[in-house]
Design a protein around this ligand. Sequence first.
Ligand code: G16
Length: 544
Amino acid sequence: MTIRKVETTPFSDQKPGTSGLRKAVTTFQQPHYLENFTQSIFDSLEAFQGQTLVVGGDGRYYNRQAIQTIIKMAAANGFGRVKVGHRGILSTPAASCVIRKYGAFGGIILSASHNPGGPNGDFGIKYNIGNGGPAPEKVTEAIFARTKSITEYRILDVPDINLDELGTSTVGDMVVEVIDSVADYQELLESLFDFDRIRQLLTGTNFRMCMDSMHAVTGPYATAIFEDRLGAPAGTVMNGVPLEDFGDGHPDPNLVYAHDLVEILFGDNAPDFGAASDGDGDRNMILGRNFFVTPSDSLAVLAANAQLVPGYKDGIAGIARSMPTSAAADRVADRLGIECYETPTGWKFFGNLLDAGKATLCGEESFGTGSNHVREKDGLWAVLFWLNILAVRQQSVEHIVREHWQLYGRNYYSRHDYEGVDSDRANTLVSKLRDMLPSLKGKPLGGYTVDYADDFSYTDPVDGSTSSKQGIRIGFTDGSRIVFRLSGTGTQGATLRVYLESYEPNIAKHNLDAQDALKPLIDIAEEVAQIRQYTGMDKPTVIT
Ligand code: G16
């Protein structure tokens, strides 16, 4: 076995974002680019010699090539074993599950999540630690620091392994095991949900569902679980074959990009339930017949109904939500007498709360929901959770959500995204807002009065670490909020996200369109941030 040591020079743009390093495929295809980042990951870890590394990705273009490189580098750096998904496929939650189940040292997941794929699309790489979750900031910062000083990487000169055949082989002294991508994950989900009851629902004559895998990673998982195991009719899973370019689509499960599904659920003779998941299978969108469930409401409804689901029947310890996510879940936590934690955007911030047993369910407005069963958000888990509730309650999605609003009040919610904004102009918008914050408190704006205005800062209750500048919040005395932040996952220019929320306790006012209900806040957002002027756009590119 010859370890080849390759001289290299740093790239200046390898700072991990909200969820790993995401760049255009063409950026990753530059000589040494992937190798530098991979070596920087390994150089930032300690005591992994002889240990197991899990590797897999969402199947997008460049997945297979990257996996071959990473395996050869893992062998050259002294890992004892790599567990890699069949055909290179592991959804993000499945990778988290495999890391935890087999006590792996960590894992490398190749994905740019919901970003488009293909030769002209995006690629990404992220490192997950031994608890199965995204590397915390201190690890990603160490990786970034290393990328700036790297001079050499190590790789074996050996042939590629066969990713298409299950089984074990060796690369140098390292064992490589090509594992079934679905089995471990499916087994975990079966331990949490009442599969018999869900099967009755899906094979009965009163219920139809439609699952859109958007030609991304959940295709094989959803087909195995819903059609093969739970008996849903063939064709229940649409766009179920993972394609390297996601069929030229944008695998982001929201009302804009999952339009195939939206048309079906809002069309004639619509099914009772619809769901979609994203590129790497951690996001989900839930629809009823002619009805959209906001991710913030979804988290609240799951928490309020958790006792109906076997895996959570003994109650949940706490809930955690990202700061821009609506406070609907807080109201459920209040009633249950449990804590609701507010963290910065990024699933990595939930890891400590889950490990410490402080939170059981977590969720984000960006179509992410999950629990302590893994350390990632989990799209199909959320779909099964909903199906389990529907199977027990025998009511429609809309009925369940409306009843929830009656009990807790409705948090009207929407996110406006301005994509592809010039980075300098976006940064100016944010710094101007930041400068304005001290003068806003107590000020009347529209029909509202500002209660607080700050830049969100978080102190982790478990390890005491702090993260500042996590989003600008303007909160009003009636509980309404506007939040501004720049996305940490985009690859072209900047994406400005404006999050809008108002609380409506009055049942008679629960039937408004969210955009109408939030209009006064939308106007205030424009007034304070001058969005049109700075973005050069007169409306958002995506509204969810
Ligand atoms: C990632 C993170 C999420 C985050 C989302 C949006 O999701 O894992 O925690 O909410 O990005 O982040 P941003 O607003 O910075 O773009 P995913 O599904 O892209 O991995």
